[in-house]
Design a protein around this ligand. Structure first.
Ligand code: PLP
Length: 403
């Protein structure tokens, strides 16, 4: 029995993204004739002889070695994600999106360093900076997501990494990614971006100068609200450090979950197109409602980041927020408790719609956005948009009736 080799990411640069989603991480070498890579559940890998074991020890990443280093199921997903980002050397998987973010930071920083994080970052990213990184002797500063080239003034000699997130997943500021990465490259600072909203189908961060592109696969790639996983995709320059940190921290994503994520990936293009169209229909409708102060959706011409979004993104997805004109968080129960088509819950990117009251208070330190009323974040699913709009229409009527 010869050692099962690790496949290399294919070159699909001639193909459109929908075709890549169908072919990447699949075919000869991944499965003996069946369409999908089978689920390889493994811890121990057996070697026939001492000579075979010794050959594997010399090149542990060339094929099956030990479960934590992955099996053809995880490699298929890693290779497919790598094939989606031109300029990528490789992808690592994590048990959650947060683990992908924290490991990317740990791959780069050391005691005494300074790290810059966008003020619009996902809250657990901030907590990691404020608590764990701080405890390790790393200083963390937050910057206005709209800083653009002004980031230059915030970089110090000991700054080693900048964490971006565009758009922010509560307030949807669009960052000038190329302006920030150009300054960072010139100053020798590594940039990493949380690209969960855009996915590589809507934003290609490595092409815009980022060194590491991160996704919570839990959201759109999974797409069915039934798995937790993260990924980080790196340039050739960052790949060795990312790979080593991931291995040393002991991360392992299960083959069962990788197979689910691969299944999600095959339909990602279709789902995103539909969720983008429905979300835009809902956002446009909300924009005209008297109870609504503003809608934070970058594809609306009224959005302050619209021009940047048009320049850098190839489309939108299904997550956005709106701000009510009056009331407080507790009042939003009248709106959301009786919605027929929106669940109340964390996460997003699934086939089912969600509505969640969110707050910026307490999780912003570099910026201040005074608002007249509470914020509701919507994750638009695959339902008929007319049903979603009718549901929200009744919800807004209930909301207004209480004042
Ligand atoms: C959910 C989310 C994450 C974290 O993903 P988990 O898989 O829940 O750990 C990171 N970034 C953004 C923007 C998210 O919405």
């Amino acid at each position: 029995m010869s050692r099962t080799p690790r496949q290399k990411p294919g070159d699909y640069s001639e193909n459109g993204v929908a075709t890549r989603l169908v072919h990447a991480g699949r075919g000869p070498g991944y499965a003996e004739g069946v369409v999908n890579p089978p689920v390889w559940r493994a811890s121990t890998i057996l070697f026939d002889t001492l000579a075979d074991l010794d050959a594997a020890i010399k090149a542990p990443d060339d094929g099956l070695y030990y479960g934590r280093r992955g099996t053809p199921t995880q490699w298929a997903l890693e290779n497919a994600l790598t094939a989606l980002e031109p300029g990528a050397a490789g992808t690592k998987l994590y048990p959650s999106g947060v683990a992908a973010i924290t490991t990317s930071l740990l791959a780069v920083v050391k005691a005494g360093d300074h790290v810059l994080i966008t003020d619009s970052a996902y809250e657990p990213s901030r907590q990691f900076g404020d608590q764990l990184l701080k405890r390790m002797g790393v200083e963390v500063g937050y910057f206005d997501p709209l800083v653009a080239g002004g980031i230059d003034a915030l970089i110090r000699p000991e700054t080693s990494a900048i964490l971006l997130e565009s758009p922010g997943s509560l307030s949807f500021e669009i960052q000038d990614v190329p302006a920030i990465t150009a300054v960072a490259r010139a100053r020798g600072v590594v940039t990493m971006i949380d690209n969960t909203w855009g996915t590589p189908l809507r934003l290609q961060p490595l092409a815009l100068g980022c060194d590491i592109s991160i996704q919570a696969l839990t959201k759109y790639v999974g797409g069915h609200s039934d798995l937790m996983m993260g990924s980080a995709t790196a340039t050739p320059a960052l790949w060795p450090r990312l790979k080593a940190a991931t291995y040393r921290l002991g991360h392992s994503a299960s083959a069962d979950d990788a197979a689910l994520a691969l299944r999600g990936l095959r339909t990602l293009s279709l789902r995103l197109d539909r969720q983008e169209a429905s979300a835009l229909a809902v956002a446009r409708w909300l924009q005209d409602q008297p109870a609504v102060d503003r809608v934070w959706h970058p594809a609306l011409a009224s959005h302050p980041g619209h021009a940047l979004w048009q320049r850098d993104f190839s489309g939108a997805t299904g997550l956005f927020s709106f701000v009510l004109k009056r009331g407080r968080r507790a009042d939003t129960a009248a709106l959301i408790d009786s919605l027929a088509h929106f669940g109340i819950g964390f996460s997003w990117g699934g086939y089912e719609s969600l509505a969640l009251p969110v707050e910026l208070t307490g999780i912003r330190t570099a910026t201040d956005t005074p608002l007249p009323g509470p914020i509701i974040r919507l994750s638009i699913g695959l339902e008929d948009p007319d049903d979603l709009i009718a549901d929200l229409d009744a919800g807004l009527a209930r909301y207004e009736a209480q004042f």
